[in-house]
Design a protein around this ligand. Structure first.
Ligand code: GLV
Ligand code: MG
Length: 312
C-alpha cells in the first residue's frame, strides 16, 4: 500500500520521542531516510495520551521533506493502541506514511491493525490503504510466527528486529540492548537476523535492524551495523543525529561497488545478447545469471541511496 513510501530508502530510521516537542521540532533537520515519532517505549505512561496531539501537530506542521514518516503506536497488549491509531492517523493527514506496530506476536495483530486503519481512513477521508505498516519482531513468539506475520497484510512495508525487547523476551543475561556480547564466541543474534531477513524478503518487505544503545560509540555502531548490512538488511534505527550519519554510510553501497555492479550488468548483457553466452569471464572471475541478479540489487540499492554511475 502507501506506494509513496514502499520503495524509499530506509538506511537510517530515526527515533524521536512523541512527548518531547523540542525533539519533534528538530527531527526534520536530521538527514534520516525515515523518521518515526514514538508513542511507545520512549514515552512515559503518564505522557502517552498527551503525546498523541504533539505527534499530530508535528506531522502536520513540520517540514518533513520526502522521507518516510511513521508513528510508532503502543502494542496491542497495552490499553493505548486503538486510541493511538484513531487519534493520530485520524488527524495527522496524508503526510503520515505508516504506522509501526511493536511487539508483534502473531499475524492476527497485524490484521487487527489493518482493519482498524481501514475504518480510520474512511472516517477521516484518507485514500483507502494509504497507511503502510512496519512490524517489529521483538518477542520469542513473534519470531516463531515471523513467516505468517510478514504475509499478514498488503499494507506491510517493513519487518524490524527489536534487540532490546527480544533479549528480555529470551531472558538473555544482558543489560544493554543491541550490542556485541564479548563473552559469546560469535554473533548471538545471527540466527534471529537471518530468520527475520528470510521471512521479510520472501514477502517483498524491507528488513530493518533495531537500535544500538551505546549512543556515543560510533566505531562500535559502525562495526556492529556491518553484520546486518552484510547479511542483506536495508537499514538500522538511529537514536541520535550522529548515528544517522553512520547508518547512511554503512547501508549504502560504495561508489566503487556501484560502478562495478553496472560494469557487470553491461558485460553480462553483451555476453547474453550479442555473443549468446550464459557464462563469461569478467576480469578474473566468471559471471552468469546469478551475478546479474546480485549486481541488480547493488544498482537498485545504490540508486535508492542517490548514487550515480561514474563517468567513463
Ligand atoms: C526496540 O524497540 C527494541 O526493543 O530493541
Ligand atoms: Mg522494543
Amino acid at each position: 500500500m502507501s506506494e509513496r513510501s514502499r520503495a524509499l530508502p530506509r538506511r537510517s530510521c530515526f527515533s524521536t520521542p512523541g512527548s518531547n516537542e523540542r525533539f519533534l521540532e528538530k527531527a526534520p533537520t536530521v538527514p534520516a531516510d525515515m523518521s518515526f515519532l514514538d508513542l511507545e517505549d520512549s514515552v512515559a505512561p503518564l505522557e502517552k495520551e498527551a503525546a498523541r496531539a504533539k505527534v499530530v501537530e508535528a506531522v502536520r506542521k513540520h517540514p518533513w521533506d520526502d522521507r518516510v514518516l511513521c508513528v510508532r503506536v503502543n502494542a496491542w497488549d497495552s490499553e493505548w493502541t486503538y486510541g493511538d491509531v484513531i487519534e493520530v492517523v485520524g488527524e495527522a493527514g496524508e503526510r503520515l506514511d505508516e504506522v509501526m506496530l511493536p511487539k508483534v506476536q502473531s499475524a492476527a495483530e497485524v490484521v487487527a491493525l489493518d482493519l482498524l486503519l481501514s475504518q480510520v481512513e474512511k472516517r477521516s477521508g484518507l485514500p483507502l490503504n494509504h497507511i503502510g505498516i512496519e512490524a517489529q519482531i521483538e518477542t520469542t513468539r513473534g519470531l516463531i510466527n515471523v513467516d505468517e506475520i510478514c504475509a499478514a497484510s498488503p499494507r506491510l512495508e517493513t519487518i524490524i528486529f527489536g534487540p532490546a525487547d527480544f533479549a528480555a523476551s529470551m531472558e538473555m543475561p544482558v543489560l544493554t540492548g543491541g550490542v556485541q556480547i564479548p563473552e559469546y564466541p560469535g554473533d548471538h543474534f545471527n540466527y534471529v537476523f537471518s530468520r527475520i531477513l528470510m521471512a521479510g524478503r520472501a514477502n517483498g518487505l524491507q528488513v530493518i535492524d533495531g537500535p544500538y544503545l551505546k549512543v556515543k560509540d560510533m566505531d562500535g555502531l559502525r562495526q556492529f551495523a556491518q553484520r546486518t548490512r552484510i547479511l542483506g538488511y536495508d537499514g538500522k534505527w538511529a537514536l541520535t543525529p550522529d548515528q544517522v550519519t553512520v547508518c547512511n554510510e554503512v547501508y549504502s553501497p560504495t561508489q566503487e561497488q556501484f560502478d562495478r555492479a553496472w560494469d557487470i550488468l553491461d558485460a553480462y548483457d553483451k555476453a547474453t545478447q550479442h555473443e549468446r553466452k550464459g557464462a563469461v569471464m569478467f576480469g578474473d572471475e566468471m559471471i552468469d545469471e546469478a551475478s546479474r541478479k546480485m549486481a541488480n540489487k547493488f544498482v537498485a540499492r545504490g540508486e535508492r541511496a542517490g548514487l550515480r554511475r561514474s563517468a567513463g
